[in-house]
Design a protein around this ligand. Structure first.
Ligand code: PMP
Length: 427
């Protein structure tokens, strides 16, 4: 049983001692005290189906025993920044991670977050190419430090940062974009940005394969192959931000970029890599990695043995429990059921995504696609009361983000859809 402070007491402390920028989703915020597999429990022991998974982070399930054991064992033995000494945890995980990537992508830099991974990836690209310009996508999210905040393509996530050298390309959004699902037409905009906004050469193109924060937007088919070839011609490197879509979440593939059949020059990852432990990584080729030897480069906690031991355990669990295959099976089932709900409620404008990275966009009018912001908040809140947690995103805050732990079951999917159905039927 839980003996800690109540939700109201925690809320009061948060208001007094935490940054006023810290926000929460619900009218009556939830106090989560325990987690197990795809479930979270509040202070009264009430169970919630967690369909947000700590923002696509908890891939193996909350407190997976194998991951917990790896963390505890390593913590008891040694917790120290080991980059300056030898230790097997970091080397074993680097090897295992490299084995999951195609081609020559086998040199790993560890970081503590997705922001750090993307900052480093852009730095490497700028060093390697000697160019400064970076192209990213409108509506993308890449982090909250200066280069990553610059690359992020949504005003709501940008503070007054000096956005040096970033060009934001048309978003290949099949639902709202001007060219619908025609990926190659959007790709032409990247060539235009290079021709009219740069010297003709760029450092990099960075994007997610499925935008997470942006509202689960799967880039229009054919987009990445066309853009990658444009970028290569302009001497740039292609960076795949796999912070949300990686680690089997798409079900069909281990990495999001694989869904478009491309091979990036640099891959960045975080979130799912550690199942909740702070860990990020940049993986690139030996030739590109070489640029960081020109000066010292160091990160105190990046690749520490506790986090890398957790990362190795995560990879083993994904394999052992066939979590990618489960994401495919359960995700397809869930998407079909959500699509059937769309046939019944005008409020649902779009159902999209793949595997266990699904989005449901709510609109007040299907023709004008006017974002149904208030309705989104209402449905989320009511679903919480029924014991289902989902996320929210998209530039207009009108898209449900469904990114549960990859051990989600068909029964969980049914419960989620039945709850959404019930709430919408009462509106
Ligand atoms: N890239 C993507 C695609 C993300 O979704 C996020 C986090 N929402 C980041 C980068 C930044 O990761 P972090 O919050 O760990 O810095």
């Amino acid at each position: 049983p839980y003996n800690g402070p109540s939700a109201d007491e925690i809320l009061a402390k948060r208001r007094e001692y935490l940054s006023p920028s810290v926000f929460h989703f619900y009218k009556k915020p939830l106090n989560v005290v325990d987690g197990k597999r795809q479930y979270l429990f509040d202070e009264e022991g009430r169970r919630y189906v967690d369909a947000f998974g700590g923002i696509a982070t908890v891939c193996c399930g909350h407190c997976h025993p194998d991951v917990v054991e790896a963390i505890v064992n390593q913590t008891k033995r040694l917790q120290h920044s080991t980059v300056l000494y030898l230790n097997s945890a970091i080397a074993d995980f680097a090897e295992a991670l490299a084995s999951k990537l195609p081609g020559d992508l086998k040199v790993v830099f560890f970081t503590n977050s997705g922001t750090e991974a993307n900052e480093l990836a852009m730095l490497i690209a700028r060093l390697y190419t000697g160019c400064h310009d970076i192209i990213s996508l409108r509506n993308g999210y890449h982090g909250n430090a200066s280069a990553t905040m610059g690359a992020t393509g949504q005003s709501i996530w940008k503070h007054n940062v000096v956005q040096s050298g970033v060009h934001h390309a048309l978003n290949p959004d099949p639902y709202r974009g001007v060219f619908g699902p025609d990926g190659e037409k959007y790709a032409k905009d990247v060539q235009d940005l290079i021709d009219f906004g740069t010297s003709g050469n760029v450092a990099a193109f960075v994007s997610e394969a499925i935008q997470g924060v942006g509202g689960i937007i799967e880039l229009a088919p054919g987009y990445l192959p066309a853009v990658y070839s444009t970028i290569k011609k302009a001497g740039g490197l292609c960076i795949a931000d796999e912070v949300q879509a990686g680690f089997g979440r798409t079900g069909s593939h281990f990495w999001g970029f694989e869904t478009q059949g491309v091979v990036p020059d640099i891959v960045t990852m975080a979130k799912g890599i550690g199942n909740g432990i702070p860990l990020g990584a940049v993986v690139t080729t030996p030739e590109i990695a070489e640029v960081l030897t020109r000066r010292n480069y160091f990160n105190t906690f990046g690749g520490n043995p506790v986090c890398t031991a957790a990362g190795l355990a995560v990879l083993k669990v994904i394999e052992k429990e066939n979590l990618k295959e489960n994401a495919h099976i359960v995700g397809s089932y869930l998407k079909d059921r959500l699509a059937a709900l769309k046939d019944r409620y005008e409020l649902i404008g779009d159902v999209r995504g793949r595997g266990l990275m699904l989005g449901v966009e709510l609109v007040t009018d299907r023709q004008t696609k006017t974002p149904a912001k208030a309705e989104t908040l209402h449905v989320m809140d009511e679903m919480k009361e029924l014991g289902v947690l989902i996320g929210k995103g998209g530039y207009f805050g009108n898209v449900f983000r469904i990114t549960p732990p990859l051990c989600f079951t068909k029964e969980d999917a049914d419960y989620l859809v039945d709850s959404m159905d019930y709430v919408m039927s009462k509106m």
